[in-house]
Ligand binder design. Sequence first.
Ligand code: NDP
Length: 223
Amino acid sequence: MPAVLIIGASRGIGRELVRQYLAEGWQVLASYRQPADGDALEAAGAEAIRLDVGDAAASEALAASLKPASLDLVILNAGIYPQGDEDPAHPDEAAFLEGMRINVLAPMRLAALLKPALKPGGCVAFLSSRMGSKKLLESGNALFYRSSKAALNVVVKGLANAWKNEGLRALALHPGWVRTDMGGSDADIDVATSAAGLRQVIAEPGLARSGRFFAYDGAELPW
Ligand code: NDP
């Protein structure tokens, strides 16, 4: 039975990925923060693991608790949309740093710590955003979030380079503009469409696809 660990699985895209991988017969390990979310994940059939991704010691403990070479896939989905960047002359420093801590530092650390738990040929998929693409940037807004996802993209590409000779893949993924707490109710697509597309993109084999940036519909995005 293939096994996936989904980090940030309490709601939104992460929660739907849990539902779809379970429905496909995968073993699903899923992380949460609030106890009620852990109960809901267990009730759905996942193995729930409590983790705040900003907690280095807890991230290390999670990695140490996993059997080496036991996972086919890790999905690093947890992310935040930092507020406070409306006026670049007076940015909210704490909000900026929190965005970098949760959207960049945490997934970088988790990917490296969880690497030994991947089976040969395994994959780490990072939830990035097309808002992190410099090439696609056409506005001046949301600079905190964009900066964090741009930095995450550099991390993904760097880890992909470092892992290539070990046969492990790292992918940067854009889930679409999705109706979740983060995406809002006006967004283009629902979580089911996004998660189904992401699963298909992740399932596409080949080390040649590692270190690249794909949208949920399969389109490759520029950095
Ligand atoms: P939501 O805001 O709906 O959910 C965010 C998830 O991340 C929750 O499970 C939340 O857990 C978890 N999370 C946040 N901070 C932490 C933390 N410190 N430790 C552990 N878990 C944490 O987001 P979406 O589902 O919309 O987005 C998922 C990913 O996709 C994010 O990385 C986002 O940036 C990216 N994305 C989303 C888009 C969209 O349109 N929705 C577009 C482009 C990218 P909890 O419930 O405990 O807070």
